[in-house]
Design a protein around this ligand. Sequence first.
Ligand SMILES: Nc1ncnc2c1ncn2[C@@H]1O[C@H](COP(=O)(O)OP(=O)(O)O)[C@@H](O)[C@H]1O
Ligand SMILES: [Mg+2]
Length: 434
Amino acid sequence: MNLLARLSFRKDRASTNGRSEDETAKNGRKQPEGKAPKGKAPKKQQPSESFEMVKRRATVNLAILERPLMSSTEFIVDARYRNMKLLDSGSYGIVVRAFDSKTKTAVAIKKIFSAFSCSRMARHVLREVRLLRHLDHPHIVKLLDIDVPGQYTAWQSVYIVTPLLEVDLYTAFRQGKVDDVLKQKKIAYQLLLALEHMHSHGLMHRDIKSKNLLLDKDMNVQLCDLGESRFYSKANRDILFEDELEDELEPQLSGVITTILQSAPELVFGDEYDAEVDIWAAGCVIAEIVRPGHEYLFDSVAKHSHLQEIVDIIGYPTPDVAETIDKNAAWVLRRVRKSSGNRIADMLGPSVDQLAIDLVEKMLTFSPKQRISATDALHHPWFDEARDETINNRGKYDFAQTEPSKKTPKSKLKRLVWDEIIGFHPEAAGMAVR
Ligand SMILES: Nc1ncnc2c1ncn2[C@@H]1O[C@H](COP(=O)(O)OP(=O)(O)O)[C@@H](O)[C@H]1O
Ligand SMILES: [Mg+2]
C-alpha cells in the first residue's frame, strides 16, 4: 500500500495538542493554539481527571495522507512516544511506528477509531486488548501498553502499543525475503503453533492472512490483529451464537469479517462454522508461502466466483460431503460448475515439495470435518526440519469465563476496556469514569 505520508510531529503542547482528540470531539471544535475559549476563563481541570495525563500528550498530524482517513486525522498519545511515522492504515485504524523513550525500544501503535460507536465495535476492541494482554505466546504479538485517554467521557479512540516488528509477511513476500525453503517451513510452523494455542483456548482468529503475520528480523512469526477472534461453537456454543446474533443486529458491520480470499467454503455459505476456518485460511497462506511469486491461491473477490474457484481447484464436494451442507448452502452450490479439481499441485508449481503439497491439500478440504487440525498439521513430515517441541502450547487462560454477555451495553464494554488500561496504568485508577 502506498501510503507515504509527510507527518509533522509536535510534542508537549499543553494547549492545542495538550487537549486530547477526545476532548476536541466533545467540545466540537479545537481552540487555536495557546488560546483559551473566547470570553471564558480556561476551564479548571477536575482533580480526578489527572491533568498531567492530558498535558503530556504528543500529537502526530496525519492530515497529509494520500487518501482520506476515517473520521479523524490525529494521532494523540503520551509524549513518551516519539518520532512517529506512519506504517499502515487498515480496516479499523492506523498504525505508526514510534520510539518509546521510557523503555528505549521501538514500538508500533495502532489507533482504533470510534472504538465505542456501537456495541459490536466496543466488543471488538475489548477482545483485541484482552487477548493480546493475556495470550502469552512466543508467536502472538504482545501488548506493551494501552494509552490512557485524556478524559473518560469523551474517549473514543483506543491506542494499543506492541513491539515494533520488522515487516508483515505480505510485504516480506514482495521484498523477496521468503524464498528460502527452511524459512518457509519455519514461518508456516510458527503460524500453526499460534493457531494451536488459540484453538486450545476455544478461540478462532477468523482473519488469518499474510498481512496479519508479523516477522521479526530473524523471520520469526508473531500473529497480530486479534479483534475478529471469537469463541468457537464446539467449545462455547452459547457464546458463539450470542455473538453471531449481534452481527445480524448490526448488519452494516458484519461485512468486514475475514477477507474473502482466505475464506473457507463454510464461511462463504454463511453456514455455521468453527475453528477449521483458520486452518483453511492458514492453508491459503502456506500455499502463498511456497508458491513461486507468492501469489494468492484463490484470487476472486466476489463470493460466487470464489466458490467456483475453490471447486475448480479442490473439486466439487463428494455426495456425502454435499449432504452435510445446509439447505441454503446446497442451493448456492448447485449454481457452481462441477469440476474434478485436484489442481493444488498444478497451482503450486513443479518446484514445490510433494510434502508441502500434501499438507496444503489436507488443510484445504471442502468439508471442515475432514480438515487437518493445527495439532496434526504440526506433526506433518514437511515440518521435520523446522519442528520445535520446546514450546508448551496448551492454553491456560479462561477467556470464556470473562466474556461479557450479548446484552452488555456499549457503556459497560467501554468500562471493561478501561479496566484493561488500569492493568497497565494503576496510576490512572482515580480518574473520573462517568
Ligand atoms: N507491531 C507491529 N510491528 C510492525 N508492523 C505492524 C505492527 N502492528 C501492525 N503492523 C502493521 O500494520 C498493519 C495493520 O495492523 P493490524 O493490527 O493488522 O490492524 P488492522 O485491524 O487495521 O488490519 C499490519 O498489517 C502491519 O503491516
Ligand atoms: Mg490486519
